[in-house]
Design a protein. Structure first.
Length: 442
């Protein structure tokens, strides 16, 4: 009688999960040494660190999305669309919500899926800390559809102003106030992209709102922008943003969002036509009640250095939804940051670890290499630091920084498609840049 293949289920095909499913498919699925299944709530993959470019229109998401079904077919794993909502650890079964169409009609009923090893890689969303009015009046940047909503809303403001251009109307419709809450990498990069979009939109004829009438304000509760980065990078980015005309308000907490703007804890009001919440992160709520697994205050699953969750050796977590604390060489504890770089390294470790276990080996421990951080300020510049054995901790700016910034996405593509296809994609992107507008205008 043939022995049943080991079933490895990866839930969440984002920066980390899709890389993992792809490499496990190639290493185990292809040789029929295990059955790999990827589950995702969406049908296509879009690399999250590009979302601020989609929101501003610098990037058309349709050009960079990847069909999970196709990737599964090419790389010897299965894809199951669906949103995970439950887990039974005793039966080793996960539950997926039913899938409904736009009218609410059920297309696929709720399903159960059995596993031998389960990897949770469901990412995170922004954390609005239950600020009153945030859910109703803010736009978020957690998914492709939300990024596209920001872009459409931005364009609608421009179209409205344009249609009213030659009519005797109030001054304020020729002005646009944008508030970005949170001065982490997401908020900062988004603000620079929006500033670039204001210039480009005027260039393409939507000139009723002049670029200098687009008032972008970044509001940050902490003392400085980019609090996770070294002070010298923060200062350099702060200077650049100020030179672009972006207003930065630090030490300012948002207490409420209204239809017209935001109220702050010091009693002031910032009028806003567009409020974008880009502060904080939290893992999905459903993890809090997932078969009694240990979570932290932002719903992340607490994992051991092997990335196994603390209470179950057959369940792993990686990326933004995992709380992973390690000891560095000096014995000091470091918490792995919620970054694509970390998700990528964890996917690499789990590939090796799950392959070793398929051969009867042990789970391996994760070590994190921080290669530095890079902040892209749209086409204006990029600033950051590189960390490595040769470079040490080196600050970089301009074209070189931009090159390293772009290489992070190219590394993701290499993990998904291999080097040859990635080289072809680089060429395709280069050529298509010459045939399309600088900004998505629809
Ligand atoms: C605008 C922006 C810019 C960023 N820039 C950078 C950067 O420059 N450098 C950097 O290192 N990091 C950056 N980040 C952070 C980076 O995107 C994340 O750290 C990274 O994507 C985390 O990867 P992940 O695999 O954990 O989750 P994700 O990439 O978020 O993927 C999660 C996946 O899980 C799926 N999912 C969620 N819930 C369920 C469910 N219940 N059932 C099934 N599927 C589910 C989602 O559809 C998604 O496909 C940025 C983030 C944003 C928003």
């Amino acid at each position: 009688m043939s022995q049943q293949l080991r079933r490895i289920v990866v839930v969440g095909g984002g920066a980390g999960g899709l890389e993992l499913a792809t490499s496990l498919g190639k290493k185990l699925g292809k040789q029929q040494r295990a059955e790999i299944t990827l589950v995702d709530a969406q049908r296509t993959h879009f690399w999250k660190p590009l979302l601020h470019e989609v929101a501003a229109g610098s990037l058309n998401a349709f050009e960079d999305e990847l069909s999970y079904l196709a990737q599964a077919k090419w790389n010897h794993f299965h894809f199951l669309p669906g949103r995970m909502c439950g887990l039974d650890r005793e039966k080793k079964v996960i539950t997926l919500e039913p899938i409904s169409d736009e009218k609410g009609l059920e297309v696929v009923p709720a399903r159960e899926l059995e596993y031998d090893d389960l990897v949770m890689s469901v990412g995170s969303t922004a954390n609005d800390f239950n600020t009153p009015g945030a859910k109703e009046h803010c736009l978020f940047l957690d998914s492709r559809s939300e990024a596209e909503k920001i872009h459409t809303t931005l364009l609608n403001h421009y179209l409205h102003a344009q249609s009213a251009k030659n009519q005797p109307i109030e001054e304020e419709s020729q002005e646009l106030n944008i508030s970005v809450i949170g001065a982490g990498a997401t908020g900062v990069e988004l603000s620079a992209e929006l500033h670039n979009a204001a210039i480009e939109l005027a260039r393409y004829g939507l000139d009723a709102i002049k670029p200098n009438k687009v008032n972008i304000t970044i509001i940050e509760g902490g003392e400085r922008i980019l609090p996770a980065l070294p002070l010298r990078i923060t200062s350099a980015v702060h200077k650049q943003l100020t030179e672009l005309g972006i207003t930065i308000r630090t030490n300012l907490r948002v207490s409420e969002i209204t239809e017209d703007g935001l109220k702050t804890a010091d009693g002031s009001f910032i009028a806003s036509d567009l409020c974008i919440w880009a502060a904080g992160i939290k893992a999905p709520e459903f993890l809090k009640e997932l078969s009694g697994l240990e979570t932290n205050r932002i719903n992340q699953l607490v994992v051991k250095p092997t990335l196994q969750v603390t209470l179950d050796d057959h369940i792993y977590a990686l990326g933004d939804c995992a709380s992973c604390t390690l000891e560095d060489r000096k014995g000091q504890s470091i918490t792995i940051p919620p970054r694509a770089q970390a998700a990528h390294q964890q996917a690499e470790l789990l590939t090796k670890s799950l392959c070793a276990q398929a051969m009867g080996g042990e789970a391996m421990s994760f070590t994190y290499k921080d290669y530095g951080s890079l902040i892209s300020l749209s086409r204006f510049t990029a600033i950051g630091n590189l960390m490595g054995a040769v470079t040490g901790d080196m600050m970089v700016e301009g074209a070189l920084a931009k090159l390293f910034y772009i290489s992070l996405y190219r590394m993701h593509q290499v993990a998904l498609f291999g080097r040859t296809k990635t080289a072809a994609l680089v060429l395709k992107d280069f050529i298509s840049k010459t045939t399309r507008p600088h900004l998505k205008l629809h």
